[in-house]
Ligand binder design. Structure first.
Ligand SMILES: Nc1ncnc2c1ncn2[C@@H]1O[C@H](COP(=O)(O)OP(=O)(O)O)[C@@H](O)[C@H]1O
Ligand SMILES: [Mg+2]
Length: 247
């Protein structure tokens, strides 16, 4: 049987000079879960996320991804199996939507163009992009459409982990709601382990099967949305959940 824990932080620490971002940080992410990470700005959310794909290396402790200590793994290989979506997604501006999404599949199926075509069509369908957009350039898309292309590109290598860092931070409220529905649907359909960072408590509670609340590099609470709402572990969590609907 596959080990249920897919990512394990063990006594992880990280400092910049005198400033300690994470101190004795411990976390287990379960295979297939949708973990949302919420906390104040500077609390270490992005640091935690970027450690999973080796963009930030811990100073101390151990980090296991799929049973492997990542200090001993090839980070390029690791990243190939991990999708990464950020706010301003960095689509290739001189490439069409089709080429942006086809980039990874065409590397994988060098000899088989039909296979790439099929993969791109499937990915566009998965993220809810209509086929007639495929010849457009990123600058000819709305913010929400660009974000969908970014998600399609992140899914193109069939990742077993999807990391998302405030992916819907730059889109309007209506688009954000649609993208939230979309990412929930994608998660259910593909069952890909997802870590989703947000600073919006409503988004965290809506999307997460579990929610991790952080403040100043520490875990304030880790629990399902119901526990977070009804049994806040600290004043910080209580204040956070009370702020729902006040914005
Ligand atoms: N390269 C860096 N050099 C110095 N300090 C950094 C660097 N990267 C992040 N930090 C600091 O580490 C803290 C945590 O950053 P981050 O994980 O990006 O927070 P969050 O994503 O929760 O807003 C912040 O106080 C930030 O200023
Ligand atoms: Mg951040």
């Amino acid at each position: 049987m596959e080990e249920p824990v897919i990512i394990r932080f063990e006594h992880i620490s990280k400092s910049y000079g005198e400033f300690c971002v994470l101190h004795d940080f411990n976390l287990e992410v379960m295979r297939g879960e949708f973990l949302t990470v919420i906390g104040s700005s500077g609390s270490g959310k992005t640091t935690v996320l970027k450690m999973v794909n080796g963009l930030i290396i811990p100073d101390g402790g151990k980090l296991f991804v799929d049973g492997q200590d990542i200090s001993g793994t090839n980070l390029i290989e690791l990243r190939r199996k991990i999708g990464y979506v950020i706010q301003n997604i960095g689509l290739f501006p001189h490439m069409t939507v089709w080429k942006n999404i086809a980039y990874v599949p065409s590397l994988l199926n060098k000899q088989d163009k039909e296979r790439t075509k099929k993969a791109v069509a499937r990915l566009m369908d998965v993220v809810g992009l209509s086929g007639d957009l495929m010849r457009r350039y990123p600058s000819e898309l709305s913010g929400g459409q660009q974000q969908r292309v970014g998600i399609a590109r992140a899914l193109a290598s069939n990742p077993y982990i999807l990391l998302m860092d405030e992916p819907f931070g730059a889109v309007d409220e209506i688009t954000r709601k649609m993208l939230q529905e979309e990412i929930s649907r994608i998660h259910k359909a593909l069952n890909v382990t997802t870590i989703f960072v947000t600073h919006d408590i409503r988004e965290a509670l809506k999307l997460g099967t579990r929610v991790l609340v952080m403040d100043a590099g520490r875990i304030e609470q880790l629990g399902d949305p119901d526990e977070i709402i009804h049994h806040p572990a600290t004043d910080f969590v209580a204040r956070l959940t009370q702020s729902r609907g006040l914005e």
